[in-house]
Design a protein around this ligand. Sequence first.
Ligand code: FES
Ligand code: ZN
Ligand code: ZN
Length: 310
Amino acid sequence: MAGRCKWCGDDMEVFLPYARLGLCKSHFKYYVVRRVKRTIERYGMIKPRERVLVALSGGKDSLVLLHVLSTMNESNDPKISLKCEVEAVTLDLGIRGYSEGCVETARAYCEKLGVPHHAVKMVELAGFTMDDVASRRGRPVCSVCGVVKRHFLNKVGVEMGFDRLATGHNLDDEAAVIFSNYLSANVEFLSRQSPILPSREGMISRIKPLFEISERETMIYAQFQGLTPIDRGCPYAIDPSTHRFKMVLNVLEKEMPATKIRMVRGFLERVKPLLERDGTTPLRKCAMCGYPSPSEICSFCRLRKNYGPM
Ligand code: FES
Ligand code: ZN
Ligand code: ZN
């Protein structure tokens, strides 16, 4: 790539149109960590010395998240340093030929970074696996999986006494979700959409430290750091509509750089406060598992009635 790094004058390896910024390899890596640190500070996501549990699936984004948080932990450079206690958890969903690889990738990677890793098996916690869900007719597997992951990651985080549960959602994920919910005027969903959810009784605070980093940036960061995510996709992944919204946003971004970040920030700064004024659904305790739920029985316990234990 022709051009020079704006910070050091070396060969430029990456150009970021939304910032009109060209950087060499090492400054790009530094830039990503610094931006994540700024996001964390701007939204008050992690305070020094808090205990952070990273939901590590073995995929690219969660590996990048763990790498960035460990880099901050080890650094003494005030622009990127953030001392907190980082551990990771992987939920073994029991998908034959796939879940074993996810757990192994996550485990090996944590070992390399010296981060404590916890692997929890869905079959032991729920009494059924995602393979069992797929073998029956019913809701789309991915939507059941979303409920299961939310329930158990929260449960593990709360029971192990962590302050935050961090997930690897990136800017493209956030922009696509907001965009699609604007189009369907799903106000209830939009009012709950946030890169940081505070803790409540029985519910850990959830944070998305990568939500201002684009998919392209996480991809390049992973490549530059030599991170090797699991090489297979989930066999139950269908082409979700989110993918189409991402494609549309990529076209807009190409024509008008910074579209995605402007949309997400605009939503958080100007739209969300208006929605919050209308109030969000209050939570009570699920009558079956005791974890917070908007209805008498939480969505996970409703699922368990249908699927397990098998
Ligand atoms: Fe959950 Fe594929 S990872 S269904
Ligand atoms: Zn440079
Ligand atoms: Zn429940």
